[in-house]
Write a protein that binds this ligand. Structure first.
Ligand SMILES: Cc1cc2nc3c(=O)[nH]c(=O)nc-3n(C[C@H](O)[C@H](O)[C@H](O)COP(=O)(O)O)c2cc1C
Length: 411
């Protein structure tokens, strides 16, 4: 028999621990986000459908993105026991400079569309966290303004080589003059991928007011307030407008770019050169033989070729073949710090995050990007401690098994 008693008021009082309510709505909102997917939920509520879908969406059936995320979820870790990891060192040297964590912010076009603070939020948050920030050719903030927002941190510039070479080369020179230390030459975009959500939403640049967008705006007044009360939303370095982002890409990009362009850029750029969008081992070997400093295994967040190779699956072979000669980065599908840890364990020198930070941006501007970085870095440190690794150098392939759902057919 359970022995019962009358509830004692003193004991009840002792249990009552009401917290002071958080009056800052943004802080309250962001504190409740414990994962990047939580930030995505907030972002979806606060951002007009066309802008959210432009960011969240990918090409065609969005299979490349889903598979890349699935590949990270399919990681099985093998932790080592009784290896005290009270202090974890997550820092390393990436492409000749310091990085507090093994990830950088990836380039994203049209960032101020997602939330008005755009690149300024991304660059300043990256600087504060000690990680590099990458500005896109299709950015909505100038090279010089990004430098001003992140004056002491590392800035990288992402280059699209356009039909009008003078525009591209002018940007390369300006980025070098502003002290950007690394150039990412994106090579997976000879033409734009088919971003069907943008087509379905009738999304165009600049955004247009239609009956649909006005109805969709009603529950999202702050986005519209920002949009209408800040400088015009346009590309900082391009004057082309009118059409979907895909149509603009097709108009601006040169589909005939080749390895010759790499030679020209190398002549112009004093810093490190990284090729972004490498998707097979043979290309990685060619690039290594040409002496590039780094490559990023990436399928552009699934926004270009659908059913593209999963970068995480390519990683071990590419590391084995060229990892001694070039620094290998990886992106597409990273939604958790554990994905970053798994990539480093398999030999990536660095990773890049696209949507993970853009969801934070849409959820709360600079504070939202800080929160995204805080979530990821917390996950990195905790995962490393649970694996028994106290530095990035201690992470090794034996820590990770890739469970593969899709086995390539023998050729
Ligand atoms: C909204 C958006 C815009 C992007 N714009 C560019 C761009 O201008 N240049 C580029 O090289 N990559 C661009 N990317 C690709 C990212 O740099 C990165 O490769 C990709 O987002 C990584 O996948 P993740 O979003 O799953 O992290 C963009 C990605 C997104 C989501």
């Amino acid at each position: 028999m359970v022995k019962r008693q009358f509830p004692r008021p003193a004991e009840i009082l002792d249990l009552m621990k009401f917290k002071k309510p958080e009056l800052d709505g943004k802080k309250r909102r962001l504190d409740q986000a414990l994962t990047i997917y939580d930030l995505r939920d907030i972002a979806k509520r606060r951002t007009p459908k066309a802008a959210f879908d432009y960011t969240d969406g990918a090409a065609e059936g969005e299979l490349s993105l889903a598979r890349a995320r699935q590949a990270f979820e399919d990681v099985e870790f093998s932790p080592r026991i009784l290896r005290p990891a009270t202090d974890v060192d997550t820092s390393s040297t990436i492409l000749g400079g310091p990085a507090a964590y093994p990830f950088a912010i990836a380039p994203a076009g049209f960032t101020r569309l997602m939330q008005t603070e755009g690149e300024i939020a991304g660059a300043s948050a990256a600087g504060a966290a000690g990680i590099p920030f990458t500005l896109s050719t299709l950015g909505t903030t100038s090279i010089e303004d990004v430098k001003a927002a992140n004056p002491h941190g590392r800035n990288w510039f992402q280059l699209y080589v356009m039909r009008n070479r003078d525009i591209s080369y002018g940007l390369v020179e300006r980025a070098a003059a502003a002290g950007f230390d690394t150039l990412h030459f994106t090579v997976d975009t000879p033409v734009a991928g088919a971003r069907l959500r943008d087509k379905r939403n009738g999304f165009s640049i600049p955004p247009q007011l239609t009956l649909g967008t006005i109805v969709n705006a009603i529950p999202r007044p702050w986005w519209w307030f920002d949009f209408l009360t800040t400088p015009k939303l346009e590309f900082a370095s391009l004057s082309t407008t009118g059409g979907t982002v895909g149509e603009l890409l097709d108009a601006a990009m040169d589909p005939t770019i080749s390895f010759d362009d790499l030679d020209i850029i190398r002549e112009m750029w004093p810093g490190k050169i990284v090729i972004k969008g490498v998707q097979n081992v043979e290309d990685a070997k060619t690039l290594a033989s040409l002496g590039v400093d780094g490559i990023v295994l990436s399928n552009h967040g699934g926004r270009q070729l659908d059913r593209a190779p999963i970068p995480f699956h390519l990683l071990p072979e590419v590391v084995r073949e060229v990892g001694g000669d070039v620094e290998i980065g990886i992106d597409t599908g990273i939604m958790n710090g554990a994905d970053i840890v798994a990539s480093v364990a398999l030999g990536a020198k660095f990773t890049m995050i696209g949507r993970a930070y853009l969801y934070g941006l849409m959820a709360g501007g600079r504070a939202g990007v800080d929160r995204a970085i805080e979530i990821l870095t917390g996950e990195i440190v905790r995962t490393m401690k649970l694996l028994g690794a106290s530095s990035l150098a201690e992470l090794e392939p034996a820590h990770v098994t890739q469970l593969e759902r899709l086995t390539p057919r023998a050729r």
